[in-house]
Each structure stands twice: as C-alpha cells, then as structure tokens.
Write a protein that binds this ligand. Structure first.
Ligand code: SF4
Ligand code: SF4
Length: 107
C-alpha cells in the first residue's frame, strides 16, 4: 500500500508524472492520492522519485533509504557491465539471514 505524508509533500507532482498507470491523482488540495489502489502495480517509482521522502511504500518510509552515496561513475559502469541474470541455480541452500536481507531489499 502506498501512502503520502502531507507534512512532507510539497505537491510537486513528480510522483503522479512517474506513475505510468496514472494511479496517483491530485486531490482537491493538490496532494497526491490513490483513489483506486487495485491499479497500483507496486513498481515503487513514486517512492523512489519523491524528493521530499513523502511516499511510504508498504509501511516503509523513505527516510534513510535513498540517502546512501551512489558509487562513482567508473564503479557504476563496471557494475552495469558485469551484471548478469541468474538462469541456473545451485543446489546449495541459502542462509536464512541472507534470504531475509534479500526479502527486505526487494520488498
Ligand atoms: S508504486 Fe508504481 S503504480 Fe503504484 S502508485 Fe507508485 S508509481 Fe504508481
Ligand atoms: S513527489 Fe513527493 S513531494 Fe512531490 S507530490 Fe509526490 S509525494 Fe508530494
């Protein structure tokens, strides 16, 4: 579920523009609202783009999520070039704490 914190929101409209399905609309006061949440595809774009950290994604506040420094350009380039999708899986079990961390990141 996506919710918006009015105290933080400056009504810039970026979340509405970035919501490809047009799920986010302005209310009478110009704040974002989602009148039909069943059309939200949980892509997280609104959460990621909000410059005010005013979007909560399934109870997760943006606070502290997007303020870590990004890798420098050369590291980012190397990361993107080396990125591979995993098509064959090893039979090794995954440690529960690793699985929990992955779930936390992906949620
Ligand atoms: S998560 Fe995606 S689909 Fe849902 S409201 Fe945000 S931008 Fe729109
Ligand atoms: S992007 Fe953030 S600040 Fe801008 S309208 Fe949406 S919730 Fe408000």
């Amino acid at each position: 579920m996506i919710t918006f914190e009015k105290e933080k929101c400056n009504r810039c409209g970026l979340c509405m523009k970035d919501c490809l399905g047009g799920t986010i609309v302005r209310d009478e006061a110009g704040y974002p609202t989602i009148p039909e949440p069943e059309f939200c595809i949980d892509c997280g774009h609104c959460y990621a783009i909000c410059p005010q950290g005013a979007v909560n994604f399934h109870g997760r506040s943006a606070e502290g999520t997007f303020n870590s420094p990004l890798p420098p350009p050369e590291q980012m380039e190397a990361l993107l070039k080396q990125r591979r999708s995993c098509r064959f899986y090893k039979p090794d079990p995954i440690a529960p704490e690793k699985m929990e961390k992955l779930k936390e990141i992906l949620h």
